[in-house]
Design a protein around this ligand. Sequence first.
Ligand code: GLA
Length: 387
Amino acid sequence: MEYDLRQNVVRFERTFDRGPELLVEAPGRVNLIGGSTDYNEGLVLPVAIDRRTMFLSHRREDERLNVYSTGLSCSATMVTTGDEMAQGWLRYLSGILAELSRRGYRVSGLDLLISGDLPIGAGLGSSAALEVGFLCTLRHLNGLDISDEEMITTCHRVENEFVGMKCGIMDQFVSTRGKEKNAILLDCRDMSYEYIDLDEELLTLVLFDSGVKRELIRSDYNTRRSECFSSTDEIRTERAEVRALRDLTLEDLPWLETFLEPTKFRRCRHIITEIDRVRLAGEALGSKDMTRLGELLRSSHISLRDDFEVSCEELDHLFSVALDQDGVYGARLIGAGFGGNLLTLCQPDRATNVITEVSDSYRGRFGSTPGAITCCTANGVSAGWIE
Ligand code: GLA
């Protein structure tokens, strides 16, 4: 979907009887590898993508937020003092306002139009883009002295505390710090990171949307997180220095198997092997070894499917058909899992063919066509005044 700025400016004018003064764009993300390692203080390797949520805004004299979302065809009003707790998707906005007020920031009212071409709820980081883009809008309109780092941690806290999705830091980080033609090797323990070149002449990112949107994704995700944390607590009774699963290595696996209950052991095995794969994937990407990178993605999917158990029939079908195609390096489910998208790494000249073949097979099996898009890497959130 091409994003039409002009059309949205007109929509803003019609909705609010004047033009916007600020445009903010916050990108979605694709994590090349590192499924669920972020909240275990491990490594991830995401890229920001050229699908974004857009925020057109204009300050108001009072303390009211008037918002219209084109994607959800929904409008709402609330105060900007942080005293009002909204429901549904508006919780992201009221959570940001409440968190800013808790931190002692005051913000003026604003008219806001939210639009864009980032699919909502498809596992491409749309929640983080909404938080980051909204907070960036408030930062600019009010000249708030908030660093990027504070923006990331504020948005992360809002999602954990106000929305109730106990996610890791990755999505907010990459929507803020993404860089075109680069992946970010991020250490989620201390937020240290390095950019690694991603050569788009060698690699195209194709996303297949399984179309599966489960109501329970949030609670399933939180259950996996609790399983990881309760395993960590158990491990700590034996080795007090273990703060997170991140502190264990492949060599610890035989020992863990001696006392962890089998399901917990498999959850831990996924996290420990996955962190190792992220490290290796960073090296493979750096040395442009796409075949090796693809193999690591494939192992990641298998581990997410069998040990972490966050896949589903539709994703597994897409996975096996994608891997059968010429020019595919590797594939894996991304995001929280239980539905959402399969990332496929392809040779650029094979992408169209791969999309046709995989879509045909999916249609033959499930009777519907999966959404399929190619995407490019992009920069993190940006803001610009409109003349
Ligand atoms: C969701 C969360 C992230 C991360 C991924 C799984 O996208 O928001 O923090 O845990 O799932 O890798």
